[in-house]
Design a protein around this ligand. Structure first.
Ligand code: CTP
Length: 418
């Protein structure tokens, strides 16, 4: 009987060239029956056993078979980033070997090489192949990497022989999927409020003051927190990024709008992560119409300070854990620590801005995480997706070590640490 155990879960089902490929149809329907949103990727040989159209109609998603298929710009990069779990069923000896060795000659093996998300394998092959020492070794390698490889079942095989090699039954696979998904929902029940992107402070009807933040770090955090089961709200300044599936996305333009959007949601949040590059200054007077060149006589644009949103929310906190980002060009640790203390935060993620390796509008980031307990964690340069996951690991560790302090004891904490 179907239920909603997998509600809100995105599964990528990889189907490879085995006679058991037809059984993946039943598996797809059962996973969907439990509430999962399933996309299918097939190898070429799988398409000789069963038509992609079958999966396409049932899953309501295009089936990707080829790196160059054109369904998405770069399916091997975008598909695995957006799913919670990859299930390979049925998985042939060839795909197991490719995955273990890091070979990538088709879309499925390529995305296995790019993914960070958990992978579950339901093998299906001839019994003699499963017993081969080389396959045993590959399975051992994959299990050591944290991949769940189910045992194939014993029974009559396609060759007519009897042995271990049959695709595990659907119930076993679905149970393993549910277990895997439950294990990744470490932030279930947590409400996380995240700000992202730049703000725009209008000068006139068409011009504004802004900065080069792309929003990628905040979006990566929102996606990663959602995958870990958190209830996520993302308040974002103008970016070219798409709203995230499963995340409440609120669009704002100015620092004032961002402040209001965060203020109204802060009380209900458990954690606030401020990745936004909030504009610190705004024009004192905004012209409603466009300023014509001929009308400008060289008058300067007068600026005023915007609210420091993070500092204001920190002063109002009741139970929330606060994480700030510090955009610095120099003296990273020193400046980051100063912001941590001044804004009374639990953690600060310091990143370098300006220069060739600037965190702004970059696919990668190199950060240092500072906590109010004095822990300093420098991280190597990696994709913003990986950085996001490492920051969430730090957050979870911090939460376990020290639940949020009430405001009175927090004031004491900061005055003692002076
Ligand atoms: N921040 C904020 N409101 C502002 C400015 C910054 O909430 N008006 C938040 C940012 O989202 C970030 C943290 O404060 O999490 C630090 O931002 P940063 O720009 O590094 O520093 P500032 O506080 O603006 O200080 P400075 O310009 O002196 O570096």
């Amino acid at each position: 009987m179907a239920d909603s155990k997998l509600q809100g879960t995105r599964v990528l089902l990889g189907v490879t060239g085995s006679i058991a490929a037809y059984k993946a149809v039943g598996l797809l329907r059962t996973l969907m029956g439990h509430g999962a949103d399933v996309s299918v990727v097939m190898t070429d040989s799988a398409t000789r056993f069963i038509a992609p159209l079958t999966f396409e109609v049932l899953s309501k998603h295009p089936v990707a078979t080829d790196i160059f298929s054109g369904h998405q710009d770069m399916p091997h990069l975008s598909l695995p980033e957006s799913v919670d779990l990859i299930v390979l069923a049925p998985c042939t000896a060839n795909t197991i070997a490719q995955f273990a060795l890091g070979l990538a000659d088709n879309l499925l093996s390529t995305l296995l090489l790019t993914t960070q998300c958990p992978v579950l394998i339901a093998p299906a092959m001839d019994g003699d192949m499963w017993e081969q020492p080389v396959i045993k070794q590959h399975v051992q390698t994959l299990r050591a990497r944290g991949v769940v490889v189910l045992e194939p079942e014993v029974g009559e095989l396609a060759s007519g022989k009897f042995g271990r090699g049959r695709l595990p039954n659907e119930e076993t696979i679905v149970e393993a999927v549910c277990e895997q998904v439950a294990a990744t929902k470490e932030l279930a029940g947590r409400r996380i409020l995240i700000s992202a992107g730049p703000t725009r402070e209008p000068i006139d009807a068409v011009r504004f003051i802004s900065n080069g933040s792309s929003g990628k770090m905040g979006y990566a955090l929102a996606r990663a927190a959602h995958k870990r089961g958190a209830e996520v709200t993302l308040v974002s300044g103008p970016t070219s990024l798409h709203p995230l599936w499963g995340v409440e996305c609120v669009s704002v333009q100015t620092a004032e709008e961002m402040s209001q959007a965060l203020q109204s949601r802060f009380g209900a949040a458990d954690v606030l992560i401020m990745t936004a590059a909030v504009g610190d200054f705004r024009p004192l007077h905004r012209r409603e119409e466009k300023l014509k060149k001929r009308d400008w006589q060289g008058e300067p644009i007068e600026l005023e300070r915007t609210t420091d949103i993070l500092a204001a929310l920190s002063a109002q906190r009741t139970h929330q854990l606060l994480i700030g980002f510090a955009a610095e060009t120099n003296d990273l640790i020193e400046n980051g620590r100063e912001k941590l203390e001044k804004k009374r935060l639990d953690m600060v993620v310091v990143n370098q801005v300006g220069g060739r390796d600037s965190a702004f509008d970059n696919e990668t980031n190199e950060v240092i995480v500072l906590t109010r307990h004095g822990k300093v964690t420098p991280m190597p340069r990696m994709s913003k997706h990986l950085v996001a996951n490492r920051i969430l690991d730090e957050l979870q560790e911090f939460q376990l070590a020290s639940p949020a302090l009430p405001p009175q004891s927090l004031s004491k904490h900061y005055s003692e640490s002076k």
